[in-house]
Ligand binder design. Structure first.
Ligand code: SF4
Ligand code: MSK
Length: 647
């Protein structure tokens, strides 16, 4: 196989050569062997009861109904809704675990565990969102009052999730009118499972409207709670420099890789890896130090807060093992391939699972316990140190590729960075959109997927967007793909159109902003809302010159994210594949009718340049609707004009 066809990442291609030699299998190889099921990939396979599975066909004369009589629209909508449920559950259950630790800190149980409240301002802001008075109260007291309210968001049966009120007024009113305001996170997910059970909801639009409600419970609920409480416990990200790609692994150091999504353990691994006692243990074994690096979103979490290097994105988890220099890969939840268990058998690497929710047969399990998080982190690193001497020098292939990046663009950072410390505001961003230097904003998020050329779709799309003066905000593995390509450096402004480049150079920021992990897509909702509230760009998220996409998505979480963006009024394009393409009726609903209902809609386009232009065309149409379609002439102010401004 020609590896260059599989990935545009040089480090991955270098590893491929070794893989061929060793006949090891990666996801790329398995994807070649295992073609997608033509029924399932189109949304036309139902296995929701024992009368089936029923596979419908789009072909003339093909099966048009399941044994129960379910139509293609019912089956495709049910399947889509179940993907939303799984995605929303994953993000939200992650949030629940973070809040559990926050509750522990609030109750004072956390002493000695290593956790504390790091961002008091955010604690106060969230407490106020929940209607608490904070005046004159200690952080501990505020946290104690807040913790049970946060927990209650999951099990609430009636009413509205609290963060819904953060959305623009007009959006909230629309949600209320449509009856899609989420009541409680768990309730909406459970209701999807009920509605999509055999013989319940058989109206595709009705199913998808509830899917929207559950997705909103994710974006404006579970994910937003996860992000906010992580910021309270670990600090709100600010821009910092970091490095990315497999070249961050060090031949002379003990390499520990964290992988997954939950930052609770990895935050403590950051502390433990810097512990002088641990470092001297490593030196005693002949290593020059301890090198902590990450894969996927656990990587993004500790990159954004500590500048810890990122070894790669989703499709690089196997590649990292194949370097032969990883002593430990410690995983938490989500996006961990089961293939790792077999792969580590051929290397000295120890794979360690840590969550009771995510075990792998044959893999060492060290149960994470937030009460003893730092001790567990040290125990894991000690095992890594012991492993260092067990490397097989003949199996080492360490690509040199590593790239600089700047990350850490939380909503708060964007606010300060553009508006200044004394007058934090989105005004300069809105002004630059209105005057046309910036055409609009695009969220480019999601995974990597071996069904398409790794990193290529994402990076080609992002280059086209910035060339057309679209400011790109990113999360997840898509951000890692662009980071590897150097797009997350201020120097990448040279690839941007004149207007965007000018703004980037003035502020000193990259044209592509890394905003965090998968749950941090909630930061993008907040940023979009802040743009609306700043004024001049309409009064709803759907008025903004804004579009979203996931060019190389693979996870059910991506579908939940896409649906909460569509439900929030955003035009959202997915690449790779789309799971309802076998059903015209559901296509019509998601690709067209939703625009009338939620003022956001889906599109599917695998070609990166065409995808970029779908987004650009949408942004231009929104600009035209706002009456700002023309780029304003640049006016160079003379002294008299400046004086007039200062009055
Ligand atoms: Fe077939 Fe209907 Fe059962 Fe689905 S619910 S498997 S379509 S009989
Ligand atoms: S890790 S969900 S592969 S972005 Fe968030 Fe990456 Fe997608 Fe997992």
């Amino acid at each position: 196989m020609d590896q260059r066809e599989f990935s545009s990442c040089k480090a991955c291609n270098e590893i491929f050569a070794l893989v061929e030699q060793d006949k090891n299998l990666t996801a790329f190889h398995r994807a070649e062997d295992l073609k997608p099921c033509p029924f399932g990939s189109q949304g036309l396979c139902c296995k929701n009861c024992a009368m089936g599975p029923c596979r419908l066909s789009t072909k003339e004369g093909g099966t048009k109904r399941g044994v129960c009589g379910a139509t293609a629209a019912t089956i495709a909508a049910r399947n889509f809704a179940r993907m939303i449920a799984a995605g929303a559950a994953s993000h939200s259950d992650h949030g629940r675990d973070i809040i559990k630790t926050f509750s522990m800190v609030a109750s004072g149980e956390a002493e000695g565990s290593g956790y504390e409240i790091k961002d008091v301002n955010k604690l106060i802001a969230v407490a106020q969102d929940f209607g608490l008075s904070t005046e004159g109260k200690s952080s501990q007291d505020i946290a104690k009052e807040l913790a049970p309210l946060l927990v209650a968001e999951f099990g609430q049966q009636e009413g509205e999730l609290r963060f819904i009120r953060r959305a623009p007024e007009k959006r909230q009113a629309l949600w209320r009118e449509l009856g899609v305001v989420p009541r409680g996170v768990d309730r909406e997910v459970v209701e999807i499972m009920h509605r999509t059970h055999m013989g319940v909801d058989q109206d595709a639009e009705n199913i998808l409207m509830h899917g929207t409600r559950a997705a909103l419970a994710d974006g404006w609920g579970g994910s937003m709670l996860a992000t906010e409480v992580q910021d309270i416990l670990f600090g709100t990200p600010i821009p910092l420099r970091g490095k990315v790609n497999l070249g961050v692994l060090r031949k002379d150091q003990v390499n520990i890789i964290v992988h997954g999504h939950d930052p609770l353990l990895s935050e403590m691994l950051v502390v433990a890896a810097q512990d002088p006692e641990m470092i001297s243990q490593a030196r005693a074994k002949g290593a020059s130090g301890i090198n902590l690096a990450g894969i996927c979103c656990t990587a993004n979490e500790i990159l954004l807060r500590h500048g810890i290097p990122v070894a790669g994105n989703f499709l690089q988890q196997e590649m990292a093992i194949l370097t032969g220099v990883v002593e430990i890969m410690v995983v938490d939840v989500q996006c961990v391939m089961q293939s790792l268990a077999d792969l580590v058998q051929c290397y000295h690497t120890e794979l360690i699972t840590t969550s009771e929710k995510a075990k792998i047969p044959g893999v060492v399990h060290i149960q994470f316990d937030e009460h003893h998080a730092l001790d567990i982190a040290k125990k894991i690193i000690s095992r890594g140190i012991e492993n260092f001497g067990k490397r097989n020098p003949n199996k080492i292939i360490l690509p040199k590729e590593e790239m600089d990046l700047v990350a850490g663009f939380s909503h708060e950072t964007i606010n300060y960075m553009l508006g200044g410390t004394f007058r934090a505001s989105y005004r300069p961003l809105n002004d630059n959109i209105i005057n046309g230097r910036i055409l609009g904003v695009a969220g480019v998020v999601g995974c990597s997927n071996p069904r398409v050329k790794h990193d290529h779709v994402t990076t080609t799309l992002v280059k086209e967007l910035i060339k057309n003066n679209v400011l790109v905000v990113q999360t997840g593995c898509a951000a890692i793909a662009c980071a590897k390509e150097g797009l997350l450096t201020p120097e990448a402004a040279s690839l941007a159109g004149d207007g965007l480049a000018e703004v980037c150079e003035a502020v000193g920021m990259p044209p592509v902003l890394h905003c965090g992990s998968c749950v941090d897509n909630s930061r993008l909702l907040i940023a979009a809302t802040a743009m609306v509230k700043e004024g001049g760009l309409g009064d709803d998220i759907s008025d903004l010159p804004l579009a979203g996409c996931a060019p190389e998505w693979m996870s059910e979480k991506a579908i939940a994210i896409g649906q909460y963006f569509v439900g929030s009024g955003v035009f959202t394009v997915f690449g790779a594949t789309f799971p309802i393409m076998g059903c015209e009726e559901v296509k019509e609903l998601l690709f067209n009718k939703f625009e009338k209902i939620t003022k956001g809609k889906w599109a599917f386009e695998p070609d990166p340049i065409k995808m970029a232009h779908l987004m650009i065309d949408h942004i231009k149409a929104k600009r035209a609707a706002l009456g700002i379609e023309k780029k304003q002439e640049r006016i160079l102010y003379d002294m008299a004009m400046r004086r007039a401004l200062e009055v």
